[in-house]
Design a protein around this ligand. Sequence first.
Ligand SMILES: [Mg+2]
Length: 239
Amino acid sequence: MLWLFDIDGTLISSGEAGTRSLNMAFHTLFGVKDAFRGIKMAGKTDIQIMKEGLVAHGIPPTQDNLDAMVQMYLRYLQSEIENPWRRLMPGVREFLEHLTEKGHPTGLLTGNLQDGARIKLSPFGLNPYFPTGAFGSDHEDRDALLPIALRRFARLLNHSDGDLTPQRCIVVGDTPRDVRCAKVHGAWSLGVCTGPYDRESLLRAGADLVVEDLSEMEVVLEFVEEISADVRGRICNTG
Ligand SMILES: [Mg+2]
């Protein structure tokens, strides 16, 4: 199984470094304070959020304006991630260690820009667990990210095209958007309640399994054992 992880609310909390950096960038560039207040961000891609901010304040979301926002945001994020509120979610390191030991590939599937993702994970020392993935800088629409991650892993692992299917892939995330971006492609979805959504919301969105956090490793591994057998069975049945 290929495991793809969301970042904010799933692996870590950045201590609101992302939101602060967006607000600071917007203020520096366009002179508006607290520009992203009232804009819901969970599960959205960075570009999607930046566009919503620009439009909300009557600024055209042109490529130039977005490029300027991206550059300024990343600059602020570099320093804002150094804050006392950031934290690793329960069980994350142990979970990643276990998958690595068992030889399962692990990657990122996140709305963060690639550079932003790496900045957020760096203080926790998590970057080495994720050789590649798909990012908000690859596509504005989260639903388009899974095939990008699969292509990159197929190349990385020297699989031939079509060998690494969504059915052999688990997307781990904390919002209904994480669930959706897996299910639209037929991948498995594991929900965690370490973000703004509870178990019911994630199940309603279609998650195959929901745990409080990744310290419930035994529950998750048991489930994966079952679905792996199921996937193998189906592949045998269809010849
Ligand atoms: Mg998230």
